[in-house]
Ligand binder design. Structure first.
Ligand code: SME
Length: 205
């Protein structure tokens, strides 16, 4: 099957069937590939395009998902020193940031502070708490970072990698934005958490 067809959504799927379909398409895309750049790029493209094609719940009009992508710990990027030079606040000792990773949608903010006491925004909060945050109204969320003024709601899942029976590592977050209030449901949250676990553990970090 051509790779682009992974994001094709058959007609008439219920929400559980839709997510089951996306999960199986993702598993096929991740097979035999361990690069996080490749896997996160294809995962964001799959989710974004599948949601836009799923008319009953998202679709491409007023209810559209307008951003889907990843923010990853800066230390995991190949050349973190480049970013240190370019951004004054990253030169402080012990800096910790998330950097923009693969995504679909309009250009977004590049750097999110996750340093204790300076962290701000939904992505930082989800990363630090290691909990998914479902935000029905971004304007009501204290510290929300508005990359796109049209975004009304958001969901952010932490990417948690299982290192051993006793050890896990949070490498970043999966972030989705929507043009309507309460764009994502509890059911979507659970399905996206499954995707976050699947892709995080399918990559070498
Ligand atoms: N809204 C996010 C920032 C990332 S953009 O939505 C792509 C936040 O508050 O962390």
């Amino acid at each position: 099957m051509p790779h682009a067809d992974s994001a094709y959504v058959p007609q008439g799927l219920s929400k559980p069937q839709f997510w089951e379909h996306v999960h199986s398409q993702l598993a096929a895309l991740l097979e035999g590939q361990r690069s996080w750049v490749v896997n996160l790029a294809n995962t964001s493209a799959l989710i974004y395009n599948a949601l836009l094609a799923y008319e009953p719940h998202f679709g491409s009009g007023d209810r559209a998902v307008n951003w889907c992508g990843f923010y990853i710990q800066s230390a995991l990027f190949p050349k973190p020193k480049t970013f240190v030079k370019e951004t004054a606040q990253t030169t402080a000792p012990g800096f910790r940031h998330l950097l923009l990773g693969p995504f679909c949608g309009k250009p977004a903010c590049q750097l999110i502070n996750i340093e204790p006491g300076r962290a701000k925004g939904v992505c930082a909060d989800a990363f630090i708490s290691r909990q998914t945050l479902l935000v029905p109204d971004v304007e009501a969320y204290p510290g929300h970072i508005a990359c796109d003024g049209e975004t009304k709601s958001e969901v952010v899942c932490p990417l948690i990698v299982r290192l051993s029976d006793h050890e896990t590592m949070t490498v970043g977050v999966l972030d989705l934005d929507c043009l309507v209030l309460s764009g994502f449901s509890e059911e979507d949250k659970v399905a996206l958490e499954k995707i976050a676990t699947l892709v995080a553990n399918a990559c070498d970090w």
